[in-house]
Write a protein that binds this ligand. Structure first.
Ligand SMILES: [Zn+2]
Length: 433
C-alpha cells in the first residue's frame, strides 16, 4: 500500500481530532481578526473566538454560503493582504459576477501536497505520465492536478480540454498512464478512440482521476471497461480549494476527506441541523489550514453522507459517499424530488443506450412534464422499429417505477445530445417558476 504522507493520512483518530481542534481554533481567530464579514457574523450571534475551543464547538459557528462570496466580491473574504496572494482562480456563475478565490504560497503548497496524495493513492509514481485534460485557466481543475503531479515527481502533460483526437494521439504516443478530466469528457475520449479504431490495449492507461461533476458507479464500470483503467472519483470545489479536498483510494468505497486540512459535516439542507454519521444530507466544509481564503462551515450544496468506519487501505480519514447530486440540481417535479443521477442509474442498468441523456422539464396546463432524451447504441438505431419501441417502453416503465411520476422517453440517435469538453448539461428546465 502506497501513501504520499503516511503520518497524516494514517494518523490515529484521537490525534487527528486534537490536530483539527488546534487548527480550527487558529482558523477562527484568523478569520475573526482579519475578515470583517466573519467578525460581524460571529458577533451577530454573540460569539467570540474564545468560545470555540475545539471541533466539538464547530456547530456554534454560522454557515457561509456562495452568496456571501458574491456579496463581498472580489476580495472581501480574503484573510491576508493581496501582497500575500500568489494566485487567483474564479468560478463562473450563471448570472452576475464570478466567485473569486485566492491562494497564498502555503495554500498552493498544501494543494499540491493533497493532489500528490491522490496520485500516489491510485498507484502513480515517478514513472507515471499524467495527462491533465481538465481545463487550464481560472477553473481549478487543470492547474490543481498539474501542480500535484509535479510535486509527486511524475511527468505531466498539460494538454487541457478539447481537441479530442489529439488527446487520443498523445495518450498513445506519449504512453499516458493516468488521465485526469471530467467523467463525461473521459467517455467522449473513449468514444473517439473507438471511432479511430484504437483499442484500450494500444494504450498504457492505468487509472483515471475523474471529477468536477457527479457520476454514478455504473458510469464508473463503463469507463473502466472501455478504457481499461481504475476510475477514481476526486472531489473538490474552488471555494474550499479545488480538486483534492477528497478522493477515493483503490478500495473505491467512498472518498477520503483530507481531514488534517478540512472538517466535513453533513447537515439537513432545510433546517441546517447537523446529521448523525451515515445520514444523507448537504456537505459542509471548514478549511483549517488555509490562509488566503479560509472558509468556515461552507455549504457546498453537494448531497452526500459520511462513513467513519476504518478503510481497508489503512487511511484513517473519514469517507464521503460519491456525491449523489446537488441541492440545487434537485428538481422538484410534481412535488417529487428528482436527481438526474437516479435516471442515469436506470439507463446504465438497462443497457442498449449510450450513457448520454438529457432531462427536459416543462409546465403544460399548470402541470409539470418530464421528458427524458436518451441516446441509443449505433447498432440498435439501424434495428427494427419494434425493438426500439420495446426499449423505449422498458425505460419509461423503469424510470416511472424509480421516480414515482410519469415521464415521456424519447430515444435519439447517437451524438444528438450536445457534449464536449465541459460538464454535461443534464437538465433543461423550461418552467418559469
Ligand atoms: Zn481507503
Amino acid at each position: 500500500m502506497m501513501y504520499w504522507n503516511k503520518t497524516f493520512e494514517c494518523m490515529d483518530r484521537e490525534h487527528l481530532h486534537e490536530l483539527q481542534s488546534q487548527r480550527l481554533v487558529d482558523t477562527v481567530k484568523r478569520v475573526y481578526f482579519n475578515v470583517p464579514y466573519y467578525r460581524d457574523k460571529m458577533q451577530s450571534v454573540g460569539l467570540e473566538p474564545g468560545d470555540i475551543k475545539g471541533v466539538e464547538d464547530i456547530a456554534k459557528l454560522p454557515f457561509t454560503i456562495k452568496q456571501d462570496l458574491r456579496d463581498t466580491y472580489p476580495y472581501g473574504m480574503f484573510a491576508v493582504p493581496l501582497s500575500e496572494v500568489i494566485r487567483i482562480h474564479a468560478s463562473s456563475g450563471t448570472t452576475g459576477k464570478p466567485t473569486v478565490v485566492g491562494y497564498t504560497r502555503k495554500d498552493i503548497d498544501t494543494w499540491a501536497e493533497l493532489v500528490a496524495r491522490v496520485l500516489t493513492g491510485v498507484g502513480a509514481g515517478r514513472n507515471s505520465v499524467v495527462q491533465v485534460a481538465y481545463g487550464y485557466g481560472l477553473f481549478t481543475g487543470g492547474l490543481g492536478l498539474h501542480y500535484g503531479t509535479e510535486r509527486m515527481g511524475a511527468t505531466v502533460i498539460p494538454i487541457s480540454g478539447g481537441n479530442t483526437r489529439r488527446q487520443v494521439m498523445f495518450m498513445q504516443d506519449l504512453g499516458t498512464t493516468v488521465l485526469a478530466c471530467t467523467p463525461s469528457y473521459a467517455l467522449y475520449i473513449a468514444e473517439t478512440m473507438e471511432e479511430l479504431g484504437i483499442k484500450k490495449e494500444d494504450l498504457k492507461l492505468q487509472a483515471g482521476i475523474f471529477g468536477a461533476e457527479p457520476w454514478s458507479d455504473n458510469m464508473r464500470k463503463e469507463l473502466e471497461q472501455r478504457l481499461g483503467i481504475k476510475a477514481i472519483d476526486i472531489y473538490g470545489l474552488s471555494e474550499v480549494m479545488g480538486p483534492g479536498v477528497a478522493c477515493e483510494c483503490l478500495e473505491q468505497d467512498g472518498l477520503h476527506v483530507f481531514e488534517d486540512h478540512f472538517i466535513p459535516e453533513v447537515i439537513d439542507p432545510d433546517t441546517g441541523e447537523v446529521l448523525p454519521p451515515g445520514s444523507i444530507g448537504e456537505l459542509v466544509i471548514t478549511t483549517i489550514t488555509k490562509e488566503g481564503l479560509p472558509v468556515v462551515r461552507y455549504r457546498t450544496r453537494d448531497i452526500t453522507s459520511l462513513n467513519f468506519e476504518p478503510c481497508a487501505c489503512g487511511r484513517t480519514h473519514v469517507r464521503m459517499s460519491k456525491v449523489l447530486g446537488r441541492t440545487d440540481d434537485m428538481l422538484i417535479i410534481r412535488g417529487v424530488n428528482v436527481f438526474p443521477s437516479q435516471i442515469e442509474h436506470v439507463l446504465m442498468n438497462i443497457g442498449g443506450t449510450q450513457p448520454q441523456y438529457q432531462l427536459v422539464v416543462d409546465r403544460v396546463n399548470n402541470l409539470d412534464e418530464l421528458e427524458v432524451w436518451v441516446e441509443i447504441d449505433d447498432k440498435l438505431f439501424s434495428d427494427e422499429v419494434r425493438r426500439l419501441e420495446d426499449l423505449e417502453n422498458r425505460i419509461t416503465r423503469e424510470i416511472q417505477n424509480t421516480l414515482g411520476i410519469n415521464v415521456t422517453v424519447k430515444l435519439v440517435e447517437p451524438k444528438t445530445i450536445a457534449r464536449g469538453d465541459g460538464k454535461a448539461k443534464r437538465v433543461i428546465d423550461k418552467r418559469n417558476i
